[in-house]
Design a protein around this ligand. Structure first.
Ligand code: PA5
Length: 414
């Protein structure tokens, strides 16, 4: 569904076909066929549990960090949901202030907790879970507290798995073949989104639409029309090979700010290895044109920019008429805000290209669940291929362990 236009791409079909095979068959390539994996998705179970949470809770505190947090936060911000049960996010930092803010917002209302952690040992979510568990027990008593705790974790190992099994918490599985940052279309992201009233069937339908042409049975022969995600991966490769070491994802809707955060983790953790990789950064325009615009236009030329364009706006306000034209804007009368937004987008792209920045355009029809599901899959696929083109393993993150072991040493863990 996302359409890519770029002046520089240079896709190599034979190589792309081989890389698709490699990422699909990788032991961590579970995301490739995930939209069709009904057993892992188990949508009806997810929806049934989501309804139970909605019936008992004004709030669901989603505890998790990195890939166990950013994806559903991104989709929720972009879509917003029906608001029956409000999602709050904890365990994504070590800030006591942020935790207290959550308790303050919940007040005397009813809530449940969803802990998401593949390893079940990550410090930020584990400490937050302790704090919320204590509070739940104090508020509801041991028995009811237990029924208000939901867990998504590994199928058979980890401290969280052990506790969830022992205490008989309702449990969902993150399969072994799925890395955190590639897990949003699994129960990791789908359960909280369903609780928030987001149409998860549509999200999966969008991902399927994006994935379908690339299934081995459908991609013989592979052609350029099979996937714009490949075009994007090759365009990134082109700019990287020509010296650009920073990519700016530019969105023109505040509601996509969190989506950019998910995108940054996806590409940063997948590609930043062996002392190489493109640094993923993001901006929200036109706001940031008035802060970072100068740098982008005339600063170091080590950047390329990926602009996300939305065909049908979320909303559109007409420009009002004033007979005496007090502000000199009468040339905009009869137009609307979206018209101006689109002209600002085109103007930015042209100006940046003229200023020596490579620009990749990604056009999506709207911000519906279906489109966002396809956009998630689009980026996962392009990221995996892009990392392969850079010669690194897209699916590991050895560098994340370094600070963790140092922190555990300082904290005195045995
Ligand atoms: O993408 C990843 O693998 C990481 O960002 C993890 O999701 C993050 O570190 C949280 O790990 P876990 O789910 O094991 O708590």
């Amino acid at each position: 569904m996302p359409k890519v236009s770029t002046t520089d791409s240079g896709i190599n079909i034979e190589e792309a076909d081989r890389l698709l095979g490699e990422v699909m068959n990788d032991p961590m390539g579970g995301w490739f066929k995930l939209p069709f994996d009904e057993k892992t998705l188990d949508l009806s179970h997810i929806k049934a549990v989501a309804s139970r949470i909605q019936a008992s809770s004004n709030y669901l505190v989603c505890i998790g960090i990195g890939g166990s947090y950013l994806g559903h936060k991104a989709l929720l911000s972009a879509i917003s949901g029906s608001g029956i049960t409000k999602l709050l996010f904890a365990g994504n930092s070590l800030s006591s202030y942020e935790l207290l803010k959550i308790f303050e917002e919940i007040g005397h209302a009813d809530y449940s907790v969803l802990v998401i952690s593949k390893s079940g040992t990550t410090l930020e979510p584990a400490t937050a879970f302790r704090i919320f568990k204590k509070h739940l027990i104090a508020k509801y008593g041991e028995r009811e507290a237990r029924s208000r705790i939901f867990v998504t974790t590994d199928a058979e190992k980890g401290k969280l798995f052990e506790e969830a099994s022992r205490e008989e918490y309702e449990r969902f599985v993150i399969p072994d073949n799925l890395g955190g940052r590639f897990s949003v279309l699994s129960p990791v992201g789908l359960l909280p989104l369903a609780v928030a009233g987001v149409d998860i069937d549509e999200i999966i339908a969008g991902a399927r639409e994006e994935a379908e042409p690339l299934l081995p049975e459908n991609r013989t022969p592979l052609t350029l029309s099979n996937s714009d995600a490949l075009k994007y991966a090759y365009a990134r490769h082109f700019y990287r090979s020509n010296g650009a070491d920073t990519e700016i994802l530019a969105v023109f809707e505040e509601r996509l700010r969190d989506f950019s955060e998910w995108w940054k983790q996806l590409f940063g953790e997948s590609e930043g290895k062996n002392q190489s990789g493109v640094f993923p950064a993001s901006v929200v325009y036109s706001t940031d044109l008035h802060s970072l615009g100068q740098y982008l236009q005339e600063g170091r030329r080590n950047i390329f920019e990926t602009v996300v364009k939305i065909t049908t706006p979320l909303a559109n306000i007409p420009i009002p008429n004033f007979v005496d034209d007090p502000d000199g804007l009468s040339y905009l009368e009869g137009k609307n805000m979206d018209f101006i937004q689109k002209k600002a987008t085109d103007a930015t792209i042209t100006a940046h290209r003229n200023g020596g920045i490579g620009v990749i355009e990604i056009e999506i029809p709207d911000l519906s669940e279906k489109t966002l599901g396809s956009l998630i899959y689009f980026f996962e696929l392009s990221c995996a291929i892009s990392a392969k083109l850079a010669g690194v393993n897209p699916f590991d993150q050895p560098g994340v362990e370094a600070y963790k072991s140092e922190m555990f040493r300082l904290l005195g863990r045995n």
